[in-house]
Design a protein around this ligand. Sequence first.
Ligand SMILES: [Zn+2]
Ligand SMILES: [Zn+2]
Length: 166
Amino acid sequence: MAGLTGRCLCGAVAYGLTGKPARTTICCCRFCQRATGGAQLILPVAPMSDFHLTRGGAASYTHVSEGSGKAVHLHFCRDCSTRLYMTYARWPDMVGLFGGTLDNPTVVRFDPTTTKQIFVSSARPGTVVLATIPACWDHAARRDGQPEQAFILDRSTVVDELERPG
Ligand SMILES: [Zn+2]
Ligand SMILES: [Zn+2]
């Protein structure tokens, strides 16, 4: 199986992934808004052992998360500044892809069993929370690793129309 491929805007850096991502996070947090310049980050996550650069090399920027206090490394093209992937001090065996860099974005399907929408509470007005995909107001998991209670919508809904319970 060919797996997934992706690249930066200018093409100096390209990557490949053998197999499929283990899961996908759709994140609306402020970190992801700033890092992408968009409303949300679509982040397929895969084992690091499945990931390889096929062209060029990426520069990196290390950001210490205000929430966890742990380092997140953003890997980007030094020519065109596109962010391609993230690695984590907390999960050294995993890589998160900036989904917009995939050559064929349609290969990452939002399967309800492997996809989560998180930080809905930070979503900018007009962001759509997708039906059938578990969603969390903040993190998907608490600090102690226990999963947060997720909600699942029957119909895709603009975040402005949702009311946080409690
Ligand atoms: Zn580039
Ligand atoms: Zn985020």
